[in-house]
Ligand binder design. Structure first.
Ligand code: AMP
Ligand code: TRP
Length: 327
């Protein structure tokens, strides 16, 4: 079975874009691939985090992923900092990456420009991400389009390491989500839905109560021409509603458009579909929130499973580089 690895940061709130673009795909993939999913807390600390918020968000994200349908008996779900091999191989990858190639990473430029304090870790972040992937002999990495450059780097580092020190790592393939997997902001439909926006009305959080979801969708920005058509260029707001409805019901957005003559019913159906799709997740999440020991058990078990896979790969890489094995 091909091996799949992906990661998600425990910062901010999980929104419908994360759910439709990433999490729901992971839930599906776990039955078809040998799947490993990581809550990447070491990546989160490349920017300053509040310590209490970070640790509670980390547990909450694990619970939310389980509530969304990741089955810890089927896949491996763990917290990055619990498997120290990530930081260790991360260092070896920093020594494999060139300064110039890290400097070309566009996400570093964007985040670095926005940050008051630019940590060295923010700069070397893609080397740690390469280590995340390479530790598990990963074949495929399902991520959004924004991660394409980091994935290219992981492939380059694997190839460089293999040619310098002998065949050690599997060179991973991309599995970039198909176009259309991008959910846009409800208030500013030309910008992707994201957790870090000033206008929270445009972002649907997976834990928003049903009435909040309905209200946000009813107030979503559309346009004045009044015709329901799937045209992301000319009608981004309406196209986004159709994409959301299609993403949830599994239909085709252009075909769905034919069923509607007015925006009102489209919005009402989209709101109902989102509320119903998220209902089981929200129910399981609230059950799990009252069983913290169960979440701890899942986290501990995931770390043990992940470490059993990661430790031999790290040992192989260290040996390949000529680091003296401990006696
Ligand atoms: P992030 O929220 O940037 O940590 O992303 C976590 C995962 O969700 C990544 O695989 C992203 O590509 C995906 N993702 C984030 N925002 C969206 C969006 N608006 N639409 C679709 N996928 C998204
Ligand atoms: N950098 C990714 C993001 O911001 C998260 C991530 C970290 C990741 N390590 C990974 C994704 C390894 C895929 C594989 O979304």
């Amino acid at each position: 079975m091909p091996r799949v690895f992906s990661g998600i940061q425990p910062t901010g709130e999980v929104h419908l874009g994360n759910y439709l673009g990433a999490v729901r795909r992971w839930v599906h993939d776990q039955h078809e691939f040998d799947s490993i999913y990581c809550v990447v807390d070491l990546h989160a600390v490349t920017l300053p985090q509040d310590r209490e918020v970070l640790s509670s968000k980390t547990r909450e994200l694990v619970a939310l992923l389980v509530a969304a349908g990741l089955d810890p008996e089927v896949c491996t779900l763990f917290v990055q900092s619990h498997v120290p091999e990530h930081a260790q191989l991360g260092w070896l990858m920093e020594c494999t990456a060139a300064f110039g190639e890290l400097r070309r990473m566009t996400q570093f430029k964007e985040k670095g420009d926005r940050a008051d304090f630019t940590s060295a870790g923010l700069f070397t972040y893609p080397a740690l991400q390469a280590a995340d992937i390479l530790l598990y002999d990963t074949d495929r990495v399902p991520v959004g389009d924004d991660q394409r450059q980091h994935l290219e780097l992981a492939r380059d580092l694997a190839e460089r390491f293999n040619s310098r020190y002998g065949s050690t790592f599997i060179v991973p393939e991309h599995a970039i989500a198909p176009v259309g997997a991008r959910i846009m902001d409800l208030q500013e439909p030309t910008r992707k839905m994201s957790k870090s926006v000033d206008a929270p009305q445009g972002t649907l959080l997976v834990l928003d109560p049903p009435e909040v979801i309905t209200k946000k969708i009813k107030r979503a920005v559309t346009d004045n021409d009044g015709e329901v058509r799937y045209d992301p260029e000319a009608k981004p707001g309406v196209a986004n509603l159709l994409s959301i409805l299609a993403g949830i019901t599994g239909g085709d957005p252009a075909e769905l458009a034919d069923r509607y003559e007015q925006y009102g019913p489209l919005k009402a159906d989209t709101a109902d579909a989102v509320v119903e799709a998220l209902r089981p997740l929200q129910e399981r999440f609230s059950e799990l929130s009252s069983q913290p020991q169960e979440v701890d058990r899942i986290i501990a078990r995931g770390a043990a499973k992940a470490q059993a896979l990661a430790a031999p790969t790290l040992a192989k890489a260290m040996l390949a580089m000529g680091l003296l094995p401990p006696t």
